[in-house]
Each structure stands twice: as C-alpha cells, then as structure tokens.
Design a protein around this ligand. Structure first.
Ligand SMILES: [Zn+2]
Length: 223
C-alpha cells in the first residue's frame, strides 16, 4: 500500500471515530438549545408553608438548583426567577405578594423560554395527605400535555403521585403565555413527605424524574 493510501485510510477511520463521538454527544443532550425557566416559589420575607424549622421557600430553591444542574447537563439553557433567598416584589409596593407574582410572570413572558416549571410545596390541616401534584392553567393547551407527560413519567417511579389538576385561579399562571406547570412536590404537613423532601438525595431523585418528564415532552412535541 502506498503512503498516501495509508494516509487516506487513517483519515477515514479517524473521521468515523469523530462522527460517532459527536453523534453520541447529541444523543446525550436531548434538551440541546431548549430554554427552560425555573421558578422557585416564595423567597425572602415570604416563607411559604412552614413545618417546624423547615420553610417551603428553602426547599423550593434547593430543588430548583438541582433541577437546573440536571437540565443543564442535558443541554438546556436554564433561567431562574430567583437563585437566592429573596422575593421579586418591587420596592415600596402596596401589595408585595401580587408584585412578586406579576414580576415572575413578566420575566417568563419576556423570555424566549420553551417552557417553565414552578416548584412549590403543599400543606394542609389533614396530616394524612401526601404526594406530589401537578397543577396547570388551561389557557394554553400545551400546559395540560406537559402536565400529563411529566406526571406519567414521575408516576412510573413514585407511588404517591396524585392526579394532575386544572386550576385557572392562580394569579401568576393566568398571566403567563409560555407553556408550563406548577409542581407541588409534596406536603410539608405530612411527616413522611417532610422527611423525604428535606433529604438531598430525594431532591436529586425528584429533579431527575422531572428532567426525564421534560425530555419525554420535548421528544413527543418534537420541539
Ligand atoms: Zn408555595
């Protein structure tokens, strides 16, 4: 074999290796170029639900940070309404809660996000109630589809998941045009849920299931 033939052969095998590697990388990045807005509920003076020394605002942010990391590893561009312990209300506002929620909705609407996920924790007077529940506003048809797919994905691995629920009354979600859902990750009023939600490993697991649900939605929608 002549020298140049050997060179061509080497180049050929090299190009196959590179092609396979690039292909494998793209397969590993199912959310490549997708923009996802994550919204950790409450913050600052607004603690959300409280159980003993556990505040909802802290758990929301902790899960959102883990979710951001995992979505990023799958190629997504992740935006956060907050990444510290603060709310988004304007200074000197008459209604801090309303201002906070309006600003969150505005941030998401102004972005070019493909979807948003709001993370909250539930709480009720009945200590037996437990489990993750997804809420959606029906003004955007995509919301129900996203809720269904993420719910189905999580349900395969988690027995306590509740049925998805339409709720058109939440002030914030009425204003958002971008597709998205509200995930109430569990009940702080239930001892088992509370114990799990405080664990780093459980938060990672939850973030992983939500990430898988989002990947399923993107795949089905061919976004
Ligand atoms: Zn909340």
């Amino acid at each position: 074999m002549k020298k140049y033939q050997i060179f061509i052969l080497i180049m050929f095998f090299l190009s196959i290796c590179i092609f396979e590697k690039v292909n494998a990388t793209i397969k590993d990045l199912p959310l490549l170029d997708k923009i996802i807005y994550l919204d950790a509920g409450h913050g600052g003076k607004d603690c959300g639900a409280i159980s003993g020394s556990t505040m909802e605002k802290d758990l929301n942010l902790s899960i959102v940070k883990k979710l951001a990391q995992q979505l990023g590893e799958k190629g997504a561009i992740v935006l956060l309404t907050r990444n510290t312990d603060k709310d988004l209300a304007n200074k000197n506002t008459q209604n801090r809660k309303r201002s906070d929620l309006t600003n969150r909705a505005m941030l998401i609407n102004k972005s070019k996000a493909n979807l948003y996920i709001s993370i909250h924790m539930n709480s009720t007077s009945n200590k037996n109630w437990r489990g993750l529940q997804i809420f959606y506003n029906s003004k955007n048809k995509e919301n129900e589809k996203l809720a269904k797919i993420v719910n189905e994905t999580i349900k395969k691995k988690m027995s306590t998941v509740r049925e998805i629920k339409k709720d058109n009354n939440y002030y914030m979600y009425k204003q958002i045009r971008t597709p998205g859902i509200l995930i109430e990750a569990g009940f702080l009023s239930n001892p088992s849920d509370l114990y799990l939600l405080k664990q780093d490993k459980y938060q990672e697991y939850l973030a992983n299931l939500i990430t898988n649900g989002i990947i399923e939605y993107i795949k089905k929608k061919k976004l």
